[in-house]
Ligand binder design. Structure first.
Ligand SMILES: Nc1ncnc2c1ncn2[C@@H]1O[C@H](COP(=O)(O)OP(=O)(O)OP(=O)(O)O)[C@@H](O)[C@H]1O
Length: 253
């Protein structure tokens, strides 16, 4: 078996007196979908932010494709093929769907931002159109991002992240606020990204319907620590996991 694509090795994150993540280790295999779940406040987003380098762990290491990135700046991550989406959307609301995705191409384009928006080359235009189609937003190509409903804005964020041509896609609650049909589209899209395109996907998610359907492996966190890890079936049957959810986050299960 090849080396894991993401290695989280004993990370700890303290915010003042609060231990948000405590000596957490897990690995994400290449080309798989791995979910990080757990009740509210378990430390999922903090872990995610350590991997994408928005937070600095107090201790421990993060490796991506064998490279120790623990002290890398977030801006270096795009160059390594790491793209992420945010729990609270970070789109350019006044720009169109097409323009938002175009901006995502900047990391691998020789063009300036302005040039990219005004005069994208043919290959970039094709890539953008293809990504918009893949997330199902073709009819909204020229719609301003802030005119889309929340679910479609989330799909747009994924298209923009894909414009980076990532090897690792980090998704923070991609299904939150989505309607059932959008969740089904997301299920199909993420499965295809992993299986057809070989992209490694790590997602933090509360929507169990999606997590159980698409994940190859699930890591469960509770109070900053790893509570369990396994296949969706193993996690669904794990009494410790059921108790953690019934104790705190039952509404999400
Ligand atoms: N920047 C911060 N400063 C101080 N405390 C923080 C910060 N970020 C997170 N925390 C705290 O760390 C703990 C873990 O938070 P985190 O957001 O990682 O949990 P989570 O599992 O992602 O929760 P949710 O599912 O609600 O998003 C919580 O107690 C939270 O209040």
């Amino acid at each position: 078996m090849s080396a894991p694509f993401v290695e989280v090795d004993g990370i700890t994150v303290r915010f003042g007196g609060l231990m948000a993540v405590n000596n957490l280790s897990f690995q994400v295999e290449r080309g798989t979908i791995h979910a990080l779940i757990g009740p509210n406040g378990a430390g999922k987003s903090t872990t995610f932010n350590c991997i994408s380098r928005y937070y600095q762990p107090t201790a421990g290491r993060v490796r991506i494709d064998g490279l120790d990135v623990t002290h890398f700046r977030p801006s270096r991550m795009a160059g390594l093929g790491v793209a992420r989406t945010f729990q609270n959307l970070e789109l350019f609301g006044e720009l169109s769907v097409r323009e938002n995705v175009l901006l995502g191409c900047h990391a691998h384009s020789a063009n300036t931002l302005g040039g990219l928006l005004r005069r994208p080359d043919g290959a970039t235009r094709d890539l953008v159109d293809n990504l918009i189609e893949r997330v199902g937003l073709t009819h909204d190509r020229e719609t301003r991002a802030n005119e889309l409903d929340f679910g479609h804005q989330k799909l747009l964020e994924i298209a923009r992240a894909l414009a980076l041509k990532p090897r690792l896609l980090l998704l923070d609650e991609p299904a939150a606020g989505l309607r059932n049909t959008d969740i089904e589209n997301l299920d199909r899209l993420l499965t295809e990204l992993a299986q057809r395109d070989g992209i490694t996907v790590l997602l933090v998610e509360h929507v169990m319907q999606l997590v159980m359907s698409i994940s190859n492996r699930i890591t469960v966190m509770s109070f900053g620590e790893k509570l369990a890890e396994g296949t969706p079936k193993e996690i669904g049957e794990n009494p410790k996991v059921i108790e953690a959810y019934l104790g705190k986050g039952a509404a999400h299960v």
